[in-house]
Design a protein around this ligand. Structure first.
Ligand SMILES: Cc1ncc(COP(=O)(O)O)c(C=O)c1O
Length: 381
């Protein structure tokens, strides 16, 4: 019997080693990893540069406290702010924590309780973030939500009428990840931007899944008309080392003053080492361009080789791609595992492809080949 609380429906596979785009299980079977810990290992498994720097840091210092200066935190914060229009950063340990901190910031900043988020969104599992999340399954059995989030219909122009002077913030993912790789349409975002500006409403963009190069730009919002007041990041920031961040404007520095927010582990030297190496690898023109090119190539190959009769749509940006099937995908995920490839679903009918941003063309072709094979088997079955 397991001593773990059964909060996860786990696959019967234990992964014990990983290099680049491949992982190996305890039985010695190798898999092409197009899941990357759900958009976490954006530099692939054990990128040599990240590994080298973490090794060096392990021999130096593991943890101090946020009561001391940290030039490492300053450097990572500078990397995040010089790569956006924002100026100030708070470090934490996960996406939910980054969102929870942003929620506190918005409450204190705006002194308003009404925050608008969207259907099918996912923002985490603390009480406030369950409230923010637009999916009932996350909230079932937990009673009244404590936060005052109202959920609007994603990509729906009329729903934007709900933005008024009573609204503190609009909170959204510009590509909904857990919701099924649903892209916000730029025309709708333009209307959203106009309406928030008209009423002085803040915009919080949850870039936990889309950020750090995943969509072919530093942050996904850069490919939209939005200019957020806060962005939250986590997943891809540490190449697998737990780290999250709130990135915001100078005004927020007058709200989050000493004693208002904190974290024992947030910005820990090991996390900052992983984040600094990760950002230096990813936030280059060359890497970001290659993510766009590989994304376009993958999308094209999928469109050419996957059978039309099984696929509803293929959508995404950069290397965040969703294949929506006409049938439930649970069996396809398992068949792909048998064929030596890892993917994760998003909802009942969508498979997400989230490879390393340094994936090779050979690995992209291999992925398409395996998905094609599994589609053929599914038809026969
Ligand atoms: C958009 C988004 N926000 C927040 C979270 C929660 O992040 P974490 O699991 O690191 O707390 C996730 C996780 O999937 C996410 O995709």
């Amino acid at each position: 019997m397991s001593a773990l609380l059964p909060t996860y429906q786990r696959h019967d596979i234990e992964l014990v080693e990983g290099t680049g785009s491949f992982v190996t299980d305890a039985q010695g079977k190798t898999y092409l990893d197009f899941m990357m810990g759900i958009a976490v290992c954006n530099t692939g498994h054990r990128h040599p540069e990240v590994e080298k720097r973490l090794h060096a840091q392990l021999g130096q210092l593991w943890h101090t406290s946020n009561l001391f200066e940290s030039s490492k935190q300053e450097r990572v914060a500078t990397l995040l702010t010089t790569n956006s229009h924002l100026s100030h950063v708070f470090f934490c340990n996960s996406g939910t924590e980054a969102n929870e901190g942003a929620f506190k910031l918005i409450r204190k900043w705006t002194q308003k309780t009404e925050i608008l988020s969207f259907s099918q969104s996912f923002h985490g599992r603390t009480f406030a973030m369950m409230g923010a999340t637009g999916q009932d399954k996350v909230k079932e059995g937990f009673g009244e939500m404590v936060s005052d989030f109202k959920h609007l219909t994603f990509n729906d122009f009329e729903s934007l009428d709900a933005i008024t002077e009573d609204t503190g913030a609009v909170w959204l993912e510009v590509i909904q990840g857990e919701g099924g790789i649903i892209l916000a349409e730029n025309e709708w975002l333009e209307a959203l931007m106009e309406r928030t500006q008209a009423y002085g409403v803040k915009i919080v963009i949850d870039e936990v899944q889309t950020g750090i190069g995943r969509t072919g730009s530093r942050f996904a919002f850069e490919q939209t008309p939005l200019k957020p007041d806060i962005i939250t990041v986590a997943k891809g920031l540490g190449s697998g080392f737990p780290v999250g961040a709130i990135i915001t404007t100078p005004e927020a520095a007058t709200i989050f003053t000493p004693g208002t927010h904190g974290s024992t582990f947030g910005g820990n030297p090991l996390a900052m080492t992983a984040a600094e190496a990760t950002l230096e690898l990813i936030l280059t023109e060359q890497t970001l361009r290659s993510v766009q090119e590989k994304g376009e190539y993958l999308m094209k190959q999928l469109n050419v080789f996957l059978p039309e009769n099984q696929i509803r749509t293929i959508r995404g940006r950069g290397l965040m791609i969703g294949i929506e099937f006409k049938q439930p995908v649970a069996s396809i995920v398992l068949s792909l595992q048998q064929a030596g490839m890892l993917v994760v679903s998003a909802g009942p009918t969508v498979i997400r492809l989230l490879p390393s941003l340094f994936v090779t063309e050979y690995e992209l072709d291999l992925a398409v080949e395996k998905i094609k094979q599994v589609c053929q088997q599914e038809v026969i079955a």
